[in-house]
Design a protein around this ligand. Sequence first.
Ligand code: NI
Length: 395
Amino acid sequence: MNALQSTSSIREWIVGIRRDFHQHPELAYGEQRTSAKIQELLSELGIPFEAGAAGGTGVVGLIGDPTGPCVALRADMDALPIVEASGASFTSVNRGVMHACGHDTHMAMLLGAARVLKENESSLSGCVKLVFQPAEEGGAGAQKMCEEGVLENPKVERMFGMHVWPLLDTGLIGLREGAFLASATFFDIFVRGVGGHAAMPNLVVDPIVAAAQIVTNLQSIVSRERDPFGSDVVSISAFNGGDTYNVIPPEVHLKGTVRSLSLEAQAANIKRIEEIATAIGTAHRCEVTVNFPGVTYPPTVNDHGALKLARSAAKQVVGADALVVVPPTMGGEDFSFYAQLVPSAFAALGIGNAEKGTTLSLHHPQFQVDEDALPIGAALHVAFALEALAELARA
Ligand code: NI
């Protein structure tokens, strides 16, 4: 079977599904329509599935012989709270919600792969698990899927995923040895003082000055404490306090994110944010509380063996000349939860085409995808599965 020929022959089907998902985006853990659509399509294809995973919207399909080796392919399902401004004819009908991270394409490409794999089911030397997972955007849906046993029964031995990548031209596939995406954690810092008249600072405890010092001092974690050859980021992204000219507010609320390509460095970063913020607050007579809402995503680390399979799969689909070594990114990705448990590889699928306007970054309100990449991504999923099953059969 030629995977790319097979997926190219169903290009319009894949594109149609993608546009339908795009037009009806849903936020993390609210992917009800999306889930129903996936279930409907799997039923049409005759692929057995289990629905209701990870809070209700996750769907896991199975193709092939469950008594043989098992390879999993993953697509994330959720959209973002962004008002779409892409101008596409299939623009979001849910105003304020947008598939601005390409998860619509991820699902459509996995369904395209599922159709091709189902047509070739008798030749599979094992089985392929299709993992449609909710809540990648901050909700750690992958962690829930793992806790609920998505990697068991049948036991997954290799796992693959991909993300559309505007920085790469359409037709290119990016792979990277080792850490590819960062560990990511959000934090809140509440700085409490005593408010009062701005003309009498001696009678207040000023949380603005204390918070400003905290922002400045947190910058020394990366510059003074981390290995200069490592990759870490501490960003304060919100600084909220006060309303007017002549009142010192009682409280300032800071928000930010801390990221690292190393899990050990990330643990140290988190500890130091808490220590520095609290100590600086104390120095300024303020009370400081540091919270870390949500779940820390681990770094997404490609397994050496799984990456070799991914490389060979990608070579079959686009040819050796179209394989690119991508630099790591400080973006986070909850595919990392699977990769911690199963030898896995995560690829970057080029969608960039300047003429079509598809080079804007992920999460941009005008984000668009070059749909010529969809048959390529679907074929890549097919090739991932076939390469990994062939290797597992040899072992
Ligand atoms: Ni994404």
